[in-house]
Design a protein around this ligand. Structure first.
Ligand code: NAP
Length: 271
């Protein structure tokens, strides 16, 4: 396929090189000031070149510029307009007049070489009217490709934020508790990261719910009560919200007696 770009920074350049290596052709590359730099980094493409000879035009601008870039670039109905955002549905590209799709690589692009090395292990999520084209292009990046429901895409993005961003928040809360308990600050985070790595390995091997361990999974209600009593109000609120979300997982694991589940629900009610 012939692929053109509107905006071509960290993500666009990595994908362009990967697609080039798979035999695709790179056409026009447009940006406000960095089109020539993108062409140099990729080793192909035409700075400021045409979009109308491309099969696919990738809108690889930052998320908040996709809609305005789409409005400013009219395409033909035979073309596919594709963006790379995990947060926006493909329909934001409708003003182009082309068939629309999105392709979101679930990874962070550092420098070009690191991105190219990471891409084959990354998962790529695709959706849209032209999902077949997005899927074909995604398979040229990684074997890990799955489709999304366009209308519910924001839930996918919220899921990614919970798993990736809020893990950092949980580690910060846990680190502060370790430090309050007298653990040296430099040791606390390292110890917790190692602990979480073990949990991730476990979940990766046995899945959910089997990968859940700890007092809720064991139905150790007294220990949960002692945790709750020891926490300051803000941390307790987070703990109780997570407890509520954890009870069904422990139930699904089959390790929670009905009496323990009732007692845990009473802890939630009292909190
Ligand atoms: N970076 C990642 O790790 C990553 C991972 C997955 C998905 N994505 C997605 O990939 C897309 C691009 O992100 P990125 O990190 O590659 O951004 P980036 O490195 O900031 O690059 C953005 C590109 O868009 C151009 N640009 C900015 N505003 C523009 C406009 N109004 N019209 C035309 N070109 C414009 C910029 O060049 P000029 O300044 O010269 O215009 C630059 O070439 C986003 O949708 C993002 O969510 C990124």
């Amino acid at each position: 396929m012939r692929i053109a770009f509107v905006g071509c920074g960290a993500a666009g350049r990595a994908l362009a090189v990967a697609w080039l290596r798979k035999g695709h052709a790179i056409g026009g590359i447009r940006a406000r000031a960095t089109a020539s730099a993108a062409v140099r980094a990729i080793g192909a493409g035409v700075p400021g070149g045409p979009l109308d000879d491309a099969d696919v035009v990738v809108f690889a601008t930052p998320d908040d510029a996709i809609a305005s870039a789409a409005a400013a670039n009219r395409l033909a109905p035979r073309q596919v307009a594709l963006h790379l955002s995990g947060a926006h549905p493909s329909t934001v590209l409708a003003p182009t007049g082309a068939r629309t799709a999105s392709l979101h690589p679930l990874c962070a692009f550092a420098d070009l070489e690191a991105a190219l090395a990471a891409l084959p292990r990354a998962f790529c999520f695709v959706e849209g009217e032209a999902v077949d084209v997005a899927e074909r292009l995604a398979r040229d990046l990684t074997p890990h490709v799955a489709r999304l429901d366009t209308r519910r895409k924001i839930l996918y993005h919220a899921g990614a934020a919970i798993a990736s961003n809020y893990t950092v928040t949980l580690l910060a809360l846990a680190r502060d508790l370790f430090v309050e308990a007298g653990v040296p600050a430099g040791v606390a985070l390292e110890a917790l990261v190692e602990l979480v790595r073990g949990s991730l390995d476990n979940v990766s091997k046995v899945g959910i719910p089997k990968g859940l361990t700890g007092p809720v999974a064991r139905g150790d209600v007294d220990l949960v009560k002692r945790h709750v009593a020891a926490l300051d109000p803000a941390t307790r609120a987070v703990y109780l919200a997570l407890l509520e979300a954890t009870i069904p997982i422990a139930r699904a694991k089959g390790a929670l007696t009905p009496a323990a589940e009732t007692a845990l629900n009473q802890v939630l009610g009292a909190g």
